[in-house]
Design a protein around this ligand. Structure first.
Ligand code: ADE
Length: 252
């Protein structure tokens, strides 16, 4: 069973290619795909670039051309849930598109003709990913204290919201949260790809799971926090969690 490891940016995936056994680079849809083996599992590593369309293109290529049978997304996100702080880790349970609005034809945030607002992650794969995230956080090496040695960093599990917009203002973030809340939606984090991959995976019947490290609070400081975090910390988290997950996945 081929597992795809997908991130938006090279900074979120640095180090993984070097660990691949028998690496082969292939080009498709203007992207590099690295095929090989990790801990005895066939894998394909890919970078989606940023945004929902780029993510959907990459996910579709992974499934159609590289025969990926499950997709794991690793990257960073802006924390909007209460108590979701910079340096925390969030494993997604489901995704919504916060910029989807075909009202008044359909309720705001509902994806037309799918009859749904929330796109689920695979429960089993997500449970393993959550376990991998916990194990990495509590490792004796204290890997997750890379970012802040004093902080008691938390691993969360819950809904995430994706949209083609970097949320970088406290007011904007609050307005978005209140619009979502009015529909009963309380995502823990915002990012720009996950919901698209979740939708493609639902279309194809492929298992999907996603883990995001919180790089910023989607507030007035987000544009400063984000690049620093992505360059310095993001790949350390992704590498540790993916390594743990690959060791936990059953071989078949
Ligand atoms: N990814 C990381 N931080 C983000 C933010 N504030 N908005 C959207 N995507 C993000």
């Amino acid at each position: 069973m081929t597992t795809a490891i997908l991130s938006a940016l090279a900074d979120e995936q640095r180090g993984l290619i070097e660990q691949l056994k028998s690496p082969v680079k292939m080009l498709r849809a203007g992207r590099e795909f690295w095929c090989g083996e990790l801990y005895g599992h066939p894998v394909v590593l890919a970078l989606s670039k940023i945004g929902k369309v780029a993510a959907a293109t990459t996910a579709t290529t992974l499934i159609e051309a590289f025969k990926a049978q499950r997709i794991v997304f690793t990257g960073v996100a802006g924390g909007i849930g209460p108590g979701v702080r910079v340096g925390d880790v969030v494993v997604a349970t489901e995704f919504l598109q916060h910029d989807m609005d075909a009202s008044p034809l359909f309720p705001r945030f509902e994806v037309p003709l799918y009859g749904r607002t929330l796109f689920p992650c695979d429960a089993h794969l997500s449970a393993l990913l959550l376990e991998a995230a916990h194990a990495s956080c509590t490792s004796p090496e204290g890997l997750f204290n890379v970012h802040n040695a004093e902080a008691n960093l938390a691993v969360h599990s819950g809904p995430m919201a994706s949209g083609d917009r970097f949320v970088s203002g406290a007011q904007e973030s609050l307005a978005l949260q209140s619009a979502l809340l009015s529909q009963g939606l309380v995502p823990l984090a915002v990012e720009m790809e996950g919901a698209a991959v979740a939708q493609v995976c639902l279309d194809y019947g492929i298992a999907f799971a996603a883990v995001r490290t919180i790089s910023d609070r989607a507030d007035d400081q987000a544009h400063v926090d984000f690049p620093r975090f992505v360059q310095e910390v993001a790949s350390v988290y992704a590498l540790a969690i993916v390594n743990k997950l690959m060791q936990m996945l059953p071989k078949k």
